[in-house]
Design a protein. Structure first.
Length: 387
């Protein structure tokens, strides 16, 4: 009996395989036999406006996505535009971004321009039916930001604002701990940026260092992402009390600032930022709750303490070098946010970091400026002014 069982099982398996193959061949779903015969959706055309310092982060990410093709780039400096196109294989380059936007084969654009041009370029893109991914900050004031949001909504195109550090491994792990309630009641959140920018940093780009074009200094440009992470975890801010100064640079905007915060949940917070430190670039985010604490230093988790975690696991989590990347402020996650933006367009879903969400972070920074200039505590109201 046992000697005949195995041959019968093998025979039955062979018959079953033939049956299944026969069924599959009659199935109306197409069975592909080679990658070359696969039916592929046409790629979406992608354009990048601005070929400066942040341009390669967008271009590299776009080139890696199978759903899109980098069609064209633009920059007011002809040599930058030409080199950018050649380096990343774009079909065309322009010195007038409006010619890029006029192309029918471009469906999505990244805006990588100086801060004061974000609103105009984004609105121009929306008016031509392009979906917009804009670098931070959304704009240099509330009025321009609102025009961007309203125009994109009116034209039924997506608007997303870069906050790539939310996509870093360390940030994601921290946010998950918050969502799971592992901190308990939040009590204190701290965001700190130490940076060194010499005068040449401001001199070589005319738009930097001016309120009308950069919209702010160390808070707006260097500390934006760490402030965004603080607000993302700690929640809406009720009030701020701030000081700022310009200590080591010949510029209009601040190179050093501090602020204390009151959050709507009752927790307190602090922000400090400077471009006058000899330290090249260092960021630190601390989140403390009644049940646990976590600290991210330069996009790595350096402290992780929650009850109920065995000591070995605690040490492991603290030293895994989550988000192990060079010491820089960009993080490693432009590709993740750009990939998500493309999926948002393809699947017709609202971006997680849309114009309204990004505006909340900018409102907090603007409130810090208002407090520092007036010498008074500034309250951020819920609804229209909620940060």
């Amino acid at each position: 009996m046992a000697t005949n069982a195995r041959p019968k099982m093998i025979l039955s398996a062979c018959l079953l395989s033939k049956y299944l193959l026969k069924y599959r061949l009659k199935c109306p779903r197409k069975i592909t036999t080679s990658p070359a015969k696969e039916e592929r959706m046409p790629k979406l055309g992608y354009g990048i406006i601005g070929c400066g310092r942040i341009f390669p982060f967008h271009a590299r990410a776009v080139r890696k996505l199978p759903e899109v093709e980098l069609v064209a780039v633009s920059d007011i400096v002809e040599e930058r535009a030409r080199k950018g196109a050649q380096m990343f294989g774009a079909k065309a380059w322009y010195t007038d971004y409006r010619k890029l936007l006029d192309r029918k084969d471009i469906h999505l654009v990244s805006i990588c321009l100086p801060h004061h041009l974000h609103a105009k370029a984004s609105i121009d893109a929306a008016m031509r039916g392009k979906h917009v991914l804009c670098e931070k900050p959304i704009a240099i004031n509330e009025e321009e930001a609102r025009r961007m949001i309203d125009e994109c909504r009116r034209r039924k195109v997506k608007l997303a604002i870069i906050s790539q550090n939310r996509y870093n491994d360390a940030s994601q792990k921290l946010y998950k701990a918050f969502q799971e309630g592992r901190f308990g009641r939040l009590v204190l959140g701290c965001a700190d940026v130490k940076n060194h920018k010499d005068q040449s940093y401001y001199d070589r780009d005319e738009w930097r260092g001016r309120w009308a074009t950069e919209g702010g200094g160390s808070l707006t440009t260097q500390a934006y992402h760490i402030i965004d992470l603080l607000r993302w975890i700690m929640g809406p801010v009720r009030s701020v009390c701030a000081h700022m100064a310009t200590l080591t640079h010949d510029i209009e905007v601040e190179d050093t600032a501090t602020a204390t915060l009151e959050f709507e949940n009752g927790a307190l917070g602090e922000i400090s930022s400077t471009n006058s430190s000899p330290i090249g670039f260092s960021t630190r985010l601390e989140i403390h709750g009644e049940n646990g604490s976590a600290i991210i230093q330069d996009n790595r988790i350096v402290y992780w303490d929650f009850p109920g975690i065995p000591e070995a696991e605690k040490v492991l989590e603290a030293h895994l070098q989550i988000g192990s990347i060079p010491n820089r402020g960009y993080g490693e996650s432009h590709p993740r946010q750009i990939k998500e933006f493309v999926r948002d367009v393809l699947e017709d879903r609202e971006p997680l970091i849309n114009g309204e969400e990004a505006l909340k972070t900018s409102r907090l920074i603007w409130a810090i400026y208002s407090s520092a200039k007036s010498g008074r505590k500034v309250y951020l109201t819920k609804g229209g002014g909620d940060a």
